[in-house]
Write a protein that binds this ligand. Structure first.
Ligand code: 13P
Length: 305
């Protein structure tokens, strides 16, 4: 283990590479990464880095987003099996049909979509900026896809009429209301923090609804000691590391995303050594998808500042 970590670090320097990791990656991947974050932070990082190579430890739509934003850089995804079932739930044809059925509506896609889907949409969003992005569009009618729970959550914070696609994240929908009630009984003083991909009945029980990095920030400033965490369990690694004085309880051990666990130290090492598997996006698709993501980055910059 020590050896492989040293080898990865050597390769990283000699090849001027940067390792980006999502908050759901294995602990050892998070620990070796140059940056660990949520989808918005990772795409900002991928857009701004001056590294020659981006090794993206996350799932494929995330690495694809990095390639769309940094087309001249080599973007590696250590294990191509790292898919996203939610992203696979909507196709470009679905969007064409939705546009025909809802003339004048603008299409907002969650970042959990393929490059081909992004290319058909007007603007992208992540879980941390979805409300602001929907409120920023010109039309009063918004087609939101693919996550029904995030879409439903946003619809409660906007006056826009929303047409919501019926996709969902299997990992977040694994969390049931009974699981949360049981944990709340065991830890009556705990705050329950949930990701907006959880179902509406679960979200009703939440003290805070936010993105993965939003959860990490929230627990640092909230005075409570105990937190029930309603998102993928690998986030507990960073939570414990950055807030060791607090107590984190997974809302359910069933909140496990197998796709996020394909990347490991061995595949990361092989990937950096051989510079493969490399993410590729056909240029015509990339240019259109770029506009969709760039619009989001511009709007979220205005909102942050
Ligand atoms: P975040 O943007 O909150 O990290 O969410 C990404 C994701 O895929 C959640 O399932």
């Amino acid at each position: 283990m020590e050896n492989i970590i040293a080898e990865i670090n050597k390769l990283k320097i000699s090849k001027k590479a940067v390792i980006l990791s999502h908050n759901y990656q294995l602990p050892e991947i998070q620990d070796i990464a140059d940056f660990v974050g949520d989808s918005l932070e990772l795409s900002r990082n991928a857009a701004d880095t001056d590294a020659n190579i981006i090794v993206f430890c996350g799932v494929n739509f995330m690495a694809e987003t990095a390639k769309i934003l940094s087309p001249k850089k080599t973007v590696l995804l250590p294990d191509l099996r790292s898919g996203c079932p939610l992203a696979d739930m909507v196709t470009p044809d679905d969007i064409k049909k939705l546009r025909e059925e809802n003339p004048g509506a603008e299409v907002v896609c969650y970042i959990n979509t393929s490059a081909e889907v992004k290319a058909e949409c007007d603007i992208c969003c992540t879980s941390s900026n979805a409300v602001d992005i929907v409120n920023s569009v010109n039309s009063d009618m918004v087609i939101f896809l693919p996550d029904r729970n995030l879409g439903n959550y946003v619809s409660k914070h906007t006056k826009k009429k929303m047409i919501i696609w019926n996709g969902y994240c299997p990992t977040h929908e694994n969390l049931k209301i009974e699981d949360v009630l049981e944990m709340k009984k065991l830890y009556p003083n705990a705050k329950f923090v949930a990701h907006p991909e959880c179902t509406e009945d679960v979200l009703k029980l939440a003290d805070k609804i936010t993105s993965t990095s939003g959860i990490i920030k929230y627990v640092k400033t909230d005075p409570s000691k105990d937190f029930i965490i309603g998102t993928e369990t690998a986030i507990l690694h960073r939570l414990k590391k950055e807030s060791p004085e607090k107590n984190f309880i997974p809302a359910s051990r069933k909140m496990y995303c197998p796709n996020m666990k394909y990347n490991n130290l061995e595949s990361l090492y092989e990937s950096l050594l051989n510079e493969e598997p490399e993410m590729e996006v056909p240029e015509k698709i990339r240019q259109k998808a770029y506009l969709t993501i760039k619009k989001m980055l511009d709007v979220s910059k205005i909102i942050v500042s």
